[in-house]
Design a protein around this ligand. Sequence first.
Ligand SMILES: NC(=O)c1ccc[n+]([C@@H]2O[C@H](COP(=O)([O-])OP(=O)(O)OC[C@H]3O[C@@H](n4cnc5c(N)ncnc54)[C@H](OP(=O)(O)O)[C@@H]3O)[C@@H](O)[C@H]2O)c1
Length: 283
Amino acid sequence: MSAKLAIVTGATSGIGLETARGLVTAGWEVVLACRDVVRAEAVRDMLRASDRSAQVSIARLDLASFASIRACAASLLQQHPAIHLLVDNAGVFSDRPTRTADGFEATMGVNFLGTLLFTRLLVPALRTAAAQEGEARVVVVSSSAAAFARLRPHPGMFADGPCGFPGYAASKLALVHGAAALAAELEGTGVSVNAVHPGDAATNIWRGHSLVMCIVGPVMRRVLKAPADAARAVLHVAVAPDLAGVTGAFFGVRGERLRAARYDDLTLRAGLMEQANATWHPS
Ligand SMILES: NC(=O)c1ccc[n+]([C@@H]2O[C@H](COP(=O)([O-])OP(=O)(O)OC[C@H]3O[C@@H](n4cnc5c(N)ncnc54)[C@H](OP(=O)(O)O)[C@@H]3O)[C@@H](O)[C@H]2O)c1
């Protein structure tokens, strides 16, 4: 029997690398969807070195470019008609104003717009896997930072948005809503979409150029838990048998449901998705 196929975005370091490692160890065929192919090749070779039977390949994906996202998704759909698991792990914390290739603030552009566009483009293959196997899963790596976000949907919000922590928190709240919106759209298809906060871990995300990040970043990378520990929370939502059929949820580190009025705000969700759609399909 052939292995089930998982795509993991941002698998060159941190939680994504450990999630990919966990899936390979569990016998999954894994595609590392990464912007830096050279670093991805090093990860692939490392995974193959520790398991000769590992099935690992690479897809070039820059979530800061709609053109790259569309090209990557088209190529994946052509090579893999059925995708059983998508882990939307890639993310950035940008503490200085940076723009995506399409002109959006980079934190929101990568973490929310790019990630959700990529996910939506892969839906046909996720649906095929669900039809064949009974289910397929999307796990969106968000953050408890979402609890501190301020989001007010309006035209131009993705170009005007803040960077730094306000932008990061907003992008992670947007991701919770984007995941829930897609979960509702896919209700009854066997494709589940859930978000997860993996817990704070010592990874490259704790880097930046501001004075605060230069001081706080190195401390965080010393005191926080290992990326492999955070990956466990992601892997749980990705493969736990008791979560089959569960969709539209936001899970915490221990698999608990994270609940707050802001995660269920349907007016915010509708406005957000309307603005996101306008960026993906400009009139
Ligand atoms: N670490 C924490 O404390 C923590 C807490 C809550 C949530 N999270 C979330 O966990 C996820 C993984 O982050 P991490 O902590 O493991 O940090 P990380 O080590 O910096 O990993 C981030 C990954 O995302 C990739 N990435 C960044 N921009 C990209 C782009 N434009 N296109 C494609 N890939 C891109 C990076 O690729 P490069 O190697 O090319 O930079 C890297 O592989 C993120 O979504 C983060 O927000 C982390």
